[in-house]
Design a protein around this ligand. Structure first.
Ligand code: 2AM
Ligand code: CA
Ligand code: CA
Ligand code: CA
Length: 281
């Protein structure tokens, strides 16, 4: 069991403490946002709280691990190209923390209570710790590579759904309209026909935590960044699920087109997406 530790100095404890402290502060700022700016497009929002939370997390991590590298969303120039460059540079680091201070900023701005803090640690490019904290429900999701995944200390397991038709899936409407098939509206249409139901709650990381917890059968979205996925991908894998790109290649920190599931429905899910692309359903 991974305890909900406070005050210890293992990287997992530091990740948990940072997510917890940042999450509490983010929650306290709900409805009190001072500054809302746009980044790449009118749909791409950032607030003073995103920036403050990232600084808080960076400071806490560097206090304990001053020689580690950090890749955080708000420390990177906006846009896909700059993100790619930042990741390629960061990948060289021995220990790399990958941070999304608020995943679900649009929700945070709206007061729609579905957002989280996502913190991952990669060793030589492979994610070894993943922590996602939902401050609204006070749910702390924690995974360590090879040691399973836990929500507040209780082991998590992916759903037992055998078929897509029995599964509730999450999808995302990525604001970057330049992303084409397979998980655009055509893919989403095809999935709507083949699943029990679809959800799109606006936080990639929290969707992944819900796949890990068996609350969703799967989740797919394109146009994501390393910080949206890193912690959640480990949570899903350590809960017995599967994480690939939309063509079925296993997850690595460069994946932008994501498909995560309980494993049992994975091939069916990939096939529906592929078919939607091929036939233009
Ligand atoms: P964010 O809230 O941290 O920005 C919702 O579809 C998911 O897409 C969220 O995880 C959200 O993360 C992310 N997202 C929102 N705007 C985006 C953009 N312009 N480009 C890429 N990802 C974005
Ligand atoms: Ca953002
Ligand atoms: Ca994000
Ligand atoms: Ca964010």
């Amino acid at each position: 069991k991974i305890p909900y530790v406070v005050g210890s100095k293992s990287p997992t404890a530091v990740a948990i403490n940072s997510a917890s402290k940042a999450g509490e502060w983010i929650k306290s700022r709900l409805g009190l946002i001072k500054e809302i700016n746009t980044k790449c497009s009118p749909q791409d929002l950032v607030t003073d709280v995103d920036k403050g939370a990232e600084l808080m997390i960076r400071k806490l991590i560097l206090t304990h691990f001053p020689d580690h590298s950090i890749l955080g969303e708000e420390g990177v120039e906006p846009g896909a190209e700059a993100s790619e460059r930042a990741l390629n540079q960061a990948k060289e680091a021995e220990y790399l923390w990958i941070i999304d201070p608020i995943d679900g900023t649009t929700n945070f701005v709206q007061g729609f209570p579905f957002f989280c803090v996502s913190i991952a640690l990669a060793y030589r490019g492979e994610v070894i710790i993943g922590v996602i904290y939902d401050p609204i429900r006070d749910e702390m999701f924690v995974a360590e590579k090879g040691k399973g995944a836990y929500v507040h200390g209780n082991p998590m397991k992916v759903s037992r759904d055998e078929k897509l038709a029995d599964s509730v899936l999450a999808v995302g409407f990525n604001p970057d309209r330049s992303y084409a098939l397979p998980v655009n509206m055509k893919g989403i249409n095809a999935l709507a026909d083949r699943t029990l139901s679809l959800r799109a709650a606006g936080s990639a990381a929290l969707h992944l935590a819900y796949v890990a917890a068996g609350r969703l059968g799967g989740y797919c979205e394109v146009g994501l960044n390393a910080w949206d996925i890193a912690a959640g991908a480990l949570l899903v894998k350590e809960s017995g699920g599967m994480v690939t790109d939309t063509t079925g290649n296993p997850y690595d920190i460069g994946v932008r087109r994501l498909v995560a599931s309980n494993g049992r429905i994975h091939q069916e899910l990939l096939d529906v997406l592929k078919n939607a692309e091929a036939t233009g359903v």
